[in-house]
Design a protein around this ligand. Structure first.
Ligand SMILES: Cc1cc2nc3c(=O)[nH]c(=O)nc-3n(C[C@H](O)[C@H](O)[C@H](O)COP(=O)(O)OP(=O)(O)OC[C@H]3O[C@@H](n4cnc5c(N)ncnc54)[C@H](O)[C@@H]3O)c2cc1C
Length: 393
């Protein structure tokens, strides 16, 4: 079997692996090889709602989202042709009395970092969401430049961009072995032959521990099942939802899908731990009915909506529902980037830059990659958020 060599192997062709490979190739790290067991974006990334917003509770996460926004807005130029399908209809985070304090704190922190966000009162919310019943809503965070993108287009854009900078992207090429010798990673095995490399990045998303197991490792991240739904939803006067909403009181998020559909998801309130190779990829009727029962009080005319489709897919979560981006504590050259906990899409452009800095320079002080270190779990220094379960704002 042919034996290949590389300066870096990246495992996983989701938005994380492609973004990391792109940055390493763009910054001329050397020969970069991206290995994806199926197709680009065939894992979580391709099933993502792909909402993009800055509303977070931590300085480094806000900085990551803010930097990523800049890349999304200039994606075609940055990646030399990538098509992210980025739409910016604006983003609202609804707050009731109990949640308003947390939303306002997040806005103040983001504003102190230069982010374009503001608190708006209920009458201004009503002007942006005329279809909504807002009795319980006292106001919202409003981000004018936020919205959603096409996760497939983003992953493909990064992968093609990496290729344009000389990287090799191999699809249908699972990593079947990670070789370690003398405390250092020395390469990987695949059905198409081994690739020798002094740097290996495990960006296998929900499969992180399947890959980690190949070298007898385990990282503190778990695969859980997540669901999403798409409805045909139109008010009696033909009105549609034309803005992105995280409805914190009902725990729903929704956004336009194409011209006339509405994509709706819910916080992952009751995690179902699964084997990422064996789980139900269809939506449950229980979940659909729960979404309807939460949505109808917010938009009474939603009772006429028709379910078009739904799906079951994967989150890779950590204890604090925040990413892991670090080097392996005992194996030189082995890096891990996973545990995006249901909110990683919007961070992926910055994640690529931060991981490339960690790999190439050994550090990334800003945004502080240290916040996402593996050791925080055993140290008991978990990250905190005003909201949890996948929103993490
Ligand atoms: C329903 C849903 C809605 C979401 N909504 C949002 C949102 O609105 N905003 C947001 O920011 N984030 C959102 N997310 C989260 C976001 O999509 C994820 O954080 C992100 O896509 C994770 O990317 P990844 O590259 O880590 O994982 P993945 O996309 O899963 O990529 C990992 C890849 O590794 C590959 N792989 C596995 N094993 C091997 C192997 N042995 N060899 C080679 N390759 C391997 C897999 O095939 C896969 O393609 C959502 C997620 C879901 C499921």
């Amino acid at each position: 079997m042919p034996r290949d060599t590389a300066d870096a192997v990246v495992i996983g062709g989701g938005v994380m692996g492609t973004s990391i490979a792109f940055q390493l190739a763009r910054q001329k790290f050397g020969k970069v090889v991206l290995l994806e067991r199926e197709a680009i974006a065939s894992g979580t990334s391709g099933k993502s709602s792909a909402l993009i917003r800055m509303h977070y509770s931590n300085t480094s996460t806000i900085q990551m989202a803010w930097r990523s926004l800049e890349i999304f807005e200039n994606f075609e130029e940055v990646t030399q042709g990538g098509q992210p399908g980025f739409r910016q209809p604006g983003y609202l985070v609804f707050a009731n009395e109990a949640l308003a304090g947390g939303v306002r704190r997040n806005i103040e922190l983001a504003q102190s970092l230069g982010v374009d966000t503001k608190w708006i009162e209920r009458d201004e919310v009503a002007a942006l969401a005329p279809w909504a019943r807002l009795d319980d809503v006292v106001g919202a965070a409003y981000e004018q430049r936020s919205g959603y993108a096409d996760p497939y287009g983003v992953a493909m854009g990064f992968a093609d961009g990496a290729r344009k900078h000389g990287a090799t992207v191999r699809q249908n090429c699972p990593v079947t072995g990670v070789r370690v010798e003398g405390g250092k990673v020395i390469g990987v095995d695949t059905p198409r032959g081994p690739v020798d490399a002094p740097v290996v990045v495990n960006a296998a998303g929900a499969w992180v521990n399947k890959v980690a197991g190949l070298s007898g490792d385990h990282f503190p991240a778990e695969a859980i099942r997540e669901q999403d739904t798409v409805f045909e939803a139109e008010g009696k006067g033909g009105e549609r939802v034309q803005i992105v909403v995280y409805d914190a009181p009902t725990k729903l998020y929704f956004r336009p899908e194409g011209q006339d559909l509405l994509l709706i998801g819910r916080d992952n309130i009751d995690p179902e731990y699964v084997d990422p190779d064996e789980f139900n990829t269809k939506e449950d009727m229980k979940f659909v009915l729960d979404v309807i029962s939460r949505m109808t009080p917010r938009w009474p005319e939603f009772e006429n909506a028709r379910l078009l489709r739904g799906w079951g897919c994967l989150y890779c979560i950590t204890e604090d529902w925040m990413p892991i981006m670090d080097r392996h504590p005992g194996t030189a050259g082995y890096f891990v980037c996973t545990g995006m906990s249901g909110h990683g899409f919007k961070l992926s452009p910055a994640v690529g830059e931060m991981m490339a800095a960690l790999i190439m320079e050994g550090r990334c002080p800003e945004p502080a990659i240290r916040d996402y270190r593996l050791g925080r779990f055993s140290e008991g220094h978990l990250m905190r958020s005003e909201f949890d379960r996948g929103f993490q704002g």
